[in-house]
Design a protein around this ligand. Structure first.
Ligand code: AMP
Length: 584
């Protein structure tokens, strides 16, 4: 916190979309932000229209909208007009198949353009779209599709066979599966994407959706119970657009690279929607993380704005700043980071390696868009998340029962709270009204994060107020992992926590009580680790398992994960009263 702020030169600041934070805040209204978009020609609002067709209507159909780099070295480009026609086709496919307005279309795909086409095509058809992380195992996929009553799934043959086919018959809502690389199997409701797309017209009407119509479903984790289905509406596009404009400084013609997986909210809000509404070119790289490939991509594709995450930055840092010597990154204007705390060292390292700092920003699935950011025109304070976006009121609060008290004292710790009312705020947790209502107290939305604000209005992340784990940027609910472990016949009880890890932020550790009489040996440990990976997928499975004779619980029988964590961190027992967790 005592580190030297990184000042922005005045002449560079003047060239940003937001040259002055104070002026932008003073002049901002959501009504004016909405006017930067067109709305549907016949009235209403549709995310896909604003992302694609609006540009074509304004004569920008020939501009490149998406460049896909395949893992094996192919480069495939789509103009805005190409995307318009492809998404029209996908919308027509959904109409032909009989997907009704508001019904849920899911995807289970890696970084492939078919995902962008399916997402925006589904929105054009008036369906709600739900992307899933393709590295999930069968269990998290199934629970998310059950909760959202998936009507249709777009995936590929390998993922379908491995993760869905075995239990598909037990999900009656799921009428259709479309395989982007597979053959028709009509008896099982499986369709060939290429055939379907070829059979329909590339023209078509966009569904007359309104601002409050259900558009996107994203799943996030809770500390207890099943994953939460976060509902967003078409009006969210106003926030996607304006936050992309201010916090990511997106401009027409920019080459924008968001490295987040499209199965998570960042990959959708900023990997698909915001760059397109701002007229940029999206770079989509199919390959998995590889430091050399990333260096080449940033240079050869002349990336202007790069939006990535701390885990990747920390891995890049391992090779030192020298690894970037000789790389021509003269096109790179802005580096931004999100999803986990960005260490001050990483900000300082990026100045050394790139001559520019990473700009950290903060948001969560529920907020739908960036809420707090180090804006490109502002001094960057390494370790701080920055200041609230124009139109966003943020505060540090202290809860007591049904009310909250705003904590004004600089650098006092409390819960980060936001005043509801921005367009991309979640509208519901699907089918879980009580859980949704619990997030709002005394006129504030409580984020579940602990933070501080300094006397200049910069926010500083402290940690989670609950037991959620952030591992390599993925938000993991301990309950989901514990439930999967408990399915194993050897397990009587399990408790899961995140333990600090220099690269991934946190790694997932499980404490297991076995059924009586079972040996606590390495073979069982290995088997349980394998079981976790198979059920949950490598990204959210425990990396370490230790055996215990019993686990600490409250008098009412709730697992005290915080106590396990405090012991793991070597915190004195006296601190434990402040670690009582809240469940949401
Ligand atoms: P998700 O809903 O999966 O996007 O996760 C949201 C959570 O990630 C937030 O509530 C924070 O705990 C964490 N997070 C997101 N951005 C940041 C950031 N810039 N610094 C620290 N934590 C962050």
């Amino acid at each position: 916190m005592t580190r030297t702020p990184i000042a922005k030169r005045a002449e560079n600041a003047a060239r940003c979309n937001m040259p002055s934070y104070a002026e932008a805040v003073a002049n901002f209204s959501w009504e004016n932000a909405r006017k930067q978009l067109d709305g549907l020609p016949g009235g209403g609002l549709n995310i896909a229209y604003e992302a694609i067709d609006r540009h074509v209507a304004h004569g920008r159909g020939g501009v490149r909208a998406l460049r896909w780099l395949s893992a094996d070295g192919r480069v495939v480009d789509y103009t805005y007009d190409d995307l318009r026609r492809q998404t029209n086709r996908f919308a027509n496919v959904l109409r032909k198949i009989g997907v009704a307005k508001g019904e849920r279309v899911y995807s289970l795909l890696g970084r492939a353009p078919e995902l962008h086409i399916a997402a925006l095509g589904a929105l054009k058809a008036g369906a709600a779209f739900c992307p899933m992380f393709s590295a999930f195992g069968p269990e998290p996929i199934r629970s998310r599709m059950e909760i959202g009553e998936a009507r249709l799934l777009v995936t590929n043959a390998a993922l379908y066979r491995k993760k869905v086919e075995a239990w598909r018959a037990e999900l009656p809502s799921l009428r259709h599966v479309i395989l982007i690389d597979g053959a028709d199997d009509p008896a099982n409701g499986v369709h060939d994407y290429r055939r379907l797309m070829a059979e329909v017209s590339e023209e078509g009407e966009i569904a007359a959706t309104g601002p409050q119509d259900f558009a996107l479903l994203h799943f996030t984790s809770g500390t207890t119970g099943k994953p939460k289905g976060v509902v967003h509406v078409h009006e969210a596009v106003v926030a996607h657009h304006i936050t992309g404009f201010y916090a990511l400084d997106l401009r027409p013609g920019d080459i924008f690279w968001c490295t987040a997986d499209p199965g998570w909210v960042t990959g959708m809000s900023y990997g698909v929607i915001a760059p397109l509404t701002n007229g940029a070119t999206l770079l989509v790289d199919e390959a998995e993380f590889d430091a050399d490939r990333w260096r080449r991509t940033l240079q050869d594709q002349k990336v202007n704005v790069w939006y990535t995450a701390p885990t990747a930055i920390r891995v890049l840092m391992r090779a030192g700043a020298e690894a970037w010597k000789g790389c021509d990154l003269s096109a790179l204007r802005l580096l931004a980071s999100v999803g986990e705390p960005l260490n001050p060292e990483a900000v300082e390292w990026s100045v050394e390696a790139f001559g520019k700092p990473f700009h950290d920003n903060w948001w969560q699935t529920e907020t739908g868009g960036i809420m707090i950011a180090n804006f490109p025109s502002m001094e960057v304070r390494p370790g701080s998340m920055g200041k609230p976006l124009p139109g966003i009121e943020a505060a540090i609060v202290e809860r007591s029962g049904d009310s909250v008290r705003v904590v004004d004292k600089p650098m006092a710790m409390g819960e980060l709270a936001l005043r509801p009312g921005w367009p991309s705020m979640m509208r519901a947790y699907l089918h879980e009204d009580a859980r949704y209502r619990k997030c709002f107290v005394g006129g504030w939305y409580l984020t579940g994060d602990l933070a501080m604000r300094d006397s200049d209005g910069y926010f500083w992340f402290v940690g989670r107020a609950d037991d959620l784990i952030k591992s390599a940027g993925h938000l993991v609910g301990p309950f989901e992992v514990e439930s999967a472990l408990m399915e194993h016949p050897a397990v009587a009880e399990a408790a899961v926590i995140g333990v600090p890890d220099p690269l991934g932020g946190e790694i997932i550790k499980a404490y297991v009580v076995t059924k009586t009489g079972l040996a606590h040996d390495e073979a069982l440990q290995r088997e349980l680790l394998g079981h976790g990976r198979k059920r949950l997928g490598a990204a959210i499975a425990p990396k370490t398992i230790v055996f215990r004779e019993n686990l600490p619980k409250t008098r009412s029988g709730k697992m005290m994960r915080r106590l396990l964590k405090a012991r793991e961190l070597g915190l004195p027992e006296g601190d434990l009263s402040t670690l009582e967790s809240d469940e949401r």
